[in-house]
Design a protein around this ligand. Sequence first.
Ligand code: ZN
Length: 272
Amino acid sequence: MGENRNKIKKKYICKLCGEEYDYDKMSDEHYPAKSVGNDDIGDFDITKLFDLMMSDHFRKETIEKIKNREEFQNIYDEVFDSQLFKSIYPKGRTARTLCQKCNTFFGKYDEAYLRFFNADGNPQKIKGFTKETKYKIIKSIYAKFLSIPEAKEEKFDFIEFIKDSSSIDYNGIWKLYLIKRDHTSDLLGLKDIRTGKLIFDEGVVYEFSDEKFIFNLMNFKIHSCFKMTDIFEILNKNFVLTEGVDESGGYHGQLMIQRLFSSMNIDDSKNN
Ligand SMILES: [Zn+2]
């Protein structure tokens, strides 16, 4: 109850127009958009998976089921639903970061992005899109980073670029790269769409993803050992879409490991 009262009193600053609003004039921005896999999502519990794999009881039980000719897929689905997924965001992942006007404005960008998503980012299909649509796709993704919790305190220099739907110039410091997900980026095919932040000597990397793509926004040039597609390349005919991550796991792999260790630390402190 106290929390609700605070919500009402507090003023919210829209991340796009910078104006101050009451709670009810703000809107819930979906990141990623609802239509690209952000609806009634759960959170994949990676520590739990490792615990299960190490557990004798679980192993015996699974072997027993296999002996009884239960389909592997059924066993897997059951474990997945009952143990590994926590439904944390029944309405999808949202943040109250934009005013209603700016949220509506971004709707146009999200429509363009949905076309990219539905075309699987296939360069053959994307080259048929108008330049305007391609810019909307680019801006749609930059815009999403305004709403991820990890970037709450960040001052981005691309606000003017995304605020103006006709602008085609962005010369700021934030580079945006993407990969298409595949079995190399997703452990057991589980598509983790959590957001994240990595800190390097060179700068920071933010991550945002949906069911098909992983995006990294960073304020330095991508490490040469990681292969990703610069989002501005979609403006070129026959751009190359990077699929999956290399053996290093890329930034996405580093984030997964970071999460694994941080969840282990939390468990440790509980025991103490
Ligand atoms: Zn606004």
